[in-house]
Design a binder for this molecule. Sequence first.
Ligand code: NAI
Length: 339
Amino acid sequence: MSYNITLIPGDGIGPEITAAVLKIIKHTGVDINWEIMSAGMEAMDKYRDPLPQETVDSIARNKLALKGPLTTPVGKGFRSVNVALRKEFDLYINQRPAKTFKGVKSHYDNVDLLIFRENTEEFYSGIEHYIDSSRSAAETIGIITRRGCERILKYAFEQTQLLGRKKITVVHKANIMKFTGGLFLDISKEVAVNYPLIKYEDKIVDNMAMQMVLNPNQFDSIVTTNLFGDILSDLASGLVGGLGFAPGANIGQGAAIFEAVHGSAPDIAGQNIANPCALVLGAVMMLNYIKEHKAADKIEKAVSKVIEDGLFVTKDINPTNYVGTKEMGEAIMKELDRQ
Ligand code: NAI
């Protein structure tokens, strides 16, 4: 079977890591016709539009995309293309696993967290403005809907059950944001009733952050609203050795976009030192999504082995004895050959 999939290489370290990922996927024999499209800074330079219509059309046609990181100007300039894509295709689920790899120096062993983040509502809706031209005050509106809460919560409980996970932690700030946080919390209790075998608990986000740092192994699945999910998933990646290992899936009814949790890392771009694993693992999630489980398992095993051996890994994994992005990708392919 052959697949048409949109590829957005992205900017910063995006092109380097996507190049490695494409070679690895090709090596498994899965037949993909990549439609290479631009977005973000590159598209801004080329088309004066950070999200060109032909990129949107390509994803609409293929219903599937693999995306490198995209830079968003801070505090000015165009709005996030990542957020725009999630809204355009109503990708309301952001699924972000954080798992320990043997061979990666981190503070904990055996961390295995699965974060479900609501991906379209609340403070990422882009409803914001300065109240006057002298910028004396600013307002960002975070709307949470019953529909938005229900669909992410149902998906999180359903996946938790399907994956044989035992517990779900609902994270909120309903003590202060009594309406938005309160709605999310109330609906979580309504949904939980249908999943009696999953242990349910809720935690206020500040306590949750502290508990995750103190003892991440007490958590299993985590479901939360947009902003908290964004922050807690970076925190979770820090628990397993950093952003270089954290993939993410943006999933809706009609389309899905797979990526790394990390950004475009401008501080290390163009140097062949970025860790390709997060996007490789994003591709693994994509292959599982299209039911190419065999290829997905093979890549995941090869990544684990290369990291565990520690001989061909990037600088973030071993600062004293490291190889480049490209070379780590090649080591993963060699490992695929050995399997
Ligand atoms: P970042 O994730 O790009 O970088 C944070 C730190 O982690 C940096 O020190 C970077 O060198 C390091 N890092 C990130 N990925 C790495 C990798 N694969 N290997 C080794 N080290 C890695 O976050 P930052 O600096 O806050 O954001 C940079 C840009 O990326 C911003 O414009 C931001 O909006 C954008 N961004 C895009 C995302 C996406 O496309 N999904 C997600 C997050 C940020």
